[in-house]
Design a protein around this ligand. Structure first.
Ligand SMILES: *Cc1c(COP(=O)(O)O)cnc(C)c1O
Length: 362
């Protein structure tokens, strides 16, 4: 038995006939951008997140860039951000000319450590960008308190956490504005690139919407120096179909994570922690161990494909030479030790059981 890290074909084939029909409708009517499918999906996705507004954009990185741009943050402004995240979070900040101020994570949740934020705030700080890493919502109370005290915007990078809760609200509705990615492998993924900005702030919504469409508020009328970052109609249609199944998919992910956490019993493996089951949608199931290379090789030899999220932290990438001297030992330790096991709504009980057995024999 060979177990893929992520079987996208199997994931999407569950909805094949519905997708075929919706795509056929688009082909029949010949309207590919800025149409009915975007309108419907934006409405349904905002309602799912519990926010007033959503706008589809080209990808998750653009969603983040557009939020920062729309708030008018730029050169000389600082944005607080976790040091252990996918590089897109940091790219969105530096792309706008802002300076990313990297904060160490909590070693247990892998999310930003709120207790380390306040000491990094200066007169240039404009926002705190949180990342709900691996699918687990950041504990927001302390973050909100600091943001209020220093008058900062709270921006969510929700690219890994579609559907996760913090207290009684969903991710996307926990700060001032949030960015989602619909990259195929995300919990809600399309068949190409896609992203969204969600918010309750009408001014921000209108500005992001215009910025993403050449800075235009109506046809051939340009109020900003915008860009072209739109979600196409086919992706919007696919996402609208898959959105209806997102909660069920996340429930299945939780079941698998629970089984792993209860049954993987190997002293060499550190399992992920969660402070509340509903807060987590398990975009990836990340374990830690001292000898990651040998674990990966062992699992590969036993037919189990794994992945690493992520092998090198942003401050150690060649692209960010200006950050290379930062001392971020917890971030570096995480990046050296993490291995992601297969987790997805189409993984079978049999496969999950086999993974546990093999993990326990290592
Ligand atoms: C996937 C991801 C992004 C970027 O999304 P794209 O759609 O690939 O541009 C941003 N932040 C995080 C945390 C992600 O996982």
């Amino acid at each position: 038995m060979k177990i893929k890290f992520l079987d996208l074909e199997k994931i999407n084939n569950r909805f094949r006939s519905e997708i075929d029909q919706r795509i056929k409708n688009i082909l029949d009517c010949g309207w590919y951008l800025q149409g009915k499918e975007n309108e419907v999906f934006a409405k349904n996705f905002a309602s799912y997140c519990g926010t007033k507004y959503a706008v589809g954009v080209a990808n998750g990185l653009d969603a983040l860039r557009l939020i920062i741009n729309a708030y008018g943050f730029g050169a000389g402004d600082e944005i607080i951000v976790p040091a252990n995240t996918f590089i897109a979070t940091i790219l969105a900040i530096s792309d706008n000319g802002c300076t990313p101020v990297l904060i160490e994570p909590d070693i247990n949740t892998y999310n930003i450590n709120p207790n380390l934020i306040e000491e990094k705030i200066t007169s240039k700080t404009k926002a705190i960008m949180v990342v709900h890493l691996y699918g687990q919502a950041v504990q927001m109370d302390k973050i909100r308190e600091i943001a209020k005290k220093y008058n900062l915007k709270v921006i969510e990078d929700a690219a890994q956490a579609h559907g996760a809760y913090y207290e009684n609200k969903r991710v996307g509705n926990l700060g001032d504005a949030a960015a989602f990615s619909f990259y195929p492998g995300k919990n809600l993924g399309c068949m190409g690139d896609g992203g969204a900005v969600v918010t309750n702030d009408e001014t921000l919504y209108n500005k992001v919407k215009a910025l993403a469409n050449y800075g235009s508020d109506y046809k051939y009328h340009h109020i900003y120096k915008g860009l072209n970052s739109r979600l196409d109609e086919m992706q919007a249609a696919i996402l609208d179909i898959k959105l209806k199944h997102l909660d069920d998919d996340n429930t299945r992910r939780r079941q698998i994570a629970k089984y792993y956490r209860e049954n993987i019993k190997n002293p060499k493996i550190i399992l992920p922690q969660t402070y509340n089951e509903e807060s987590h949608v398990w975009h990836v199931f990340v374990v830690r161990c001292e000898d990651r290379e040998s674990l990966q090789k062992y699992l590969e030899a036993n037919g189990i494909q794994t992945n690493i999220h992520y092998p090198t932290p942003p401050h150690k990438q060649d692209a960010y030479k200006e950050l290379e001297n930062l001392k971020l030992p917890i971030t570096e330790q995480i990046h050296q030790q993490v291995v992601s096991l297969p987790i997805s709504p189409v993984l079978t009980d049999e496969e999950v059981k086999k993974i546990v057995e093999i993990m326990n024999e290592w």
